[in-house]
Design a protein around this ligand. Structure first.
Ligand code: MN
Length: 442
């Protein structure tokens, strides 16, 4: 039922351009991208495809008959108010929808003057609408697949054994909280819970607001078709179960996390909010930006057979350049630009999306369309390019100096964290993920 990682088609052609002028040379949303999202306008919620600074209202496109070649189920999905039905479609139907929208927006498509006016009426300015969460998320699971993050955090907490013995055998994860997922732009409230300051030798913990609030730069994997309870997804089919990708900020309260996490893992330190970029960059759009999975050394263990597939090994990885920026209240008041905190690359994920999906279901756990997987924080091997402040400041011991003279160990009220992602490859048009933003409020 699912397809393997596909080859490029005419929708990836670098010579393709759109009659939507804002999309020509657009850094994030040229016609080769066509990410899916959900927007609200005048109290009505509809799904859309981004093109340049605009978007195509897919419900209006379906009502106007532009999607008539699609199977009935796919036309229904285009009229929905979340992307769950679109995610549930077989990969081939999602690919077909992409081809039709690409043709609708293409400058070279066979459309007369009247047809062009009808097409233009489907467009909305992105800045004039509100973007919502892409899907109703039934379940959210957060992995720990960024190996440099796992190593750096391990060095802070357990220098004698930074990586747990299971790390290179299975994709480690915990089950997160779906109710606190929010779209980019939602302010994050500084959470409170129990904190115990071990350095002060306090006999008892205290209930207080976190003083060690952090972000985590992660990728979101949006699950497409699901699996039935007690049925697992074979590694060779797993790529077809990922509908698309986004940016995810796993806000973390390090002092709360440190006291509560043993033995069962993060709880209040992570569950107060998680931010998501609103546009889902589809698996189809990502085809040119697949990469080999992260290389192993000779002494690294071979994964068990259920996690191994030759195609996944050669092109099951994804190559996205990730950047994290910080805009403090003082910078905002000074009229300064956000400053770059770090640059990362998703090729630093030890496990591929297919391996995460396969391991998640190997015991019979059913995934559902619109479920969300976080990859875990993505950091680079050396230097300061880490995906969270905990690593960049070595647990708060080495605060970072910002260009305007401010210093940060952890986030302060008024700080806005901005995450961006971009894919580049010679011979292809670059595509972007848009932004995942959030401002800390006290
Ligand atoms: Mn995380």
């Amino acid at each position: 039922m699912s397809k393997r990682i596909d080859a490029c088609d005419q929708t990836h052609d670098p010579v393709l351009s759109s009659w939507v002028e804002s999309s020509v040379g657009h850094g994030a949303f040229p016609i080769q991208n066509l990410p899916m999202g959900v927007f609200s306008e005048d109290g009505r919620t509809r799904i859309a495809v981004a093109i340049g600074d605009e978007l195509v209202d897919l419900r209006a496109a379906a009502d106007a008959g532009f999607l008539a070649q699609l199977p009935e189920r796919a036309q229904q999905a285009a009229r929905a108010t979340t992307l769950n039905d679109w995610m549930a479609l077989p990969a081939s139907a999602r690919t077909q929808l992409r081809a039709i929208v690409s043709d609708l927006l293409s400058a070279s498509s066979e459309a007369g003057h009247g047809a062009r006016a009808a097409r233009a009426s489907l467009l909305r300015q992105q800045e004039k609408v509100e973007m919502l969460l892409p899907a109703e998320v039934g379940d959210y699971t957060d992995f720990y697949a960024g190996i440099h993050h796992a190593m750096n955090c391990g060095m802070i907490f357990r220098p004698e054994q930074p990586l747990q013995p299971n790390y290179k055998h299975l994709p480690v994860a915990y089950h997160g909280r779906a109710s606190t997922l929010r779209p980019s732009g939602t302010p994050v409230r500084r959470p409170r819970s129990q904190v115990r300051d071990e350095s002060a030798h306090e006999p008892r913990p205290r209930l207080q607001h976190t003083s060690r609030l952090d972000y985590e730069m992660e990728l979101a994997l949006w699950i497409g078709p699901g699996n039935d309870l007690a049925q697992s997804i074979d590694i060779r089919d797993a790529a077809g179960h990922v509908a698309g990708y986004g940016l995810l900020n796993d806000w973390s309260a390090r002092d709360i996390q440190a006291w509560e996490s043993l033995p069962l893992g993060p709880f209040q330190g992570k569950n107060f909010m998680t931010s998501l970029s609103p546009w889902v960059v589809t698996s189809d759009a990502m085809v040119p930006f697949r990469s080999p999975r992260m290389p192993r050394d000779a002494q690294d263990p071979r994964p068990l057979a259920y996690l191994h597939d030759d195609e996944d090994e050669s092109r099951g990885g994804i190559d996205i350049a990730l950047r994290v920026y910080l805009l403090t209240r003082a910078m905002r008041e000074q009229g300064a630009e956000a400053c770059l905190l770090s640059e990362g690359r998703s090729t630093a994920l030890w496990w591929t999306p297919a391996q995460m999906v396969t391991h998640h279901t190997v015991g019979g756990c059913n995934l559902r369309p619109g479920d969300l997987l976080g990859t875990g924080t993505i950091s680079m091997a050396q230097g300061k390019d880490c995906g969270c402040l905990l690593e960049m400041t070595e647990g708060g011991r080495r605060p970072i100096h910002l260009p305007n003279g401010e210093v940060r160990a952890f986030l302060e009220d008024g700080d806005e964290v901005v995450m961006r992602g971009e894919c580049r490859r010679d011979g292809f048009v670059s595509i972007g993920f848009g932004e995942c933003r959030g401002t800390v409020v006290g």
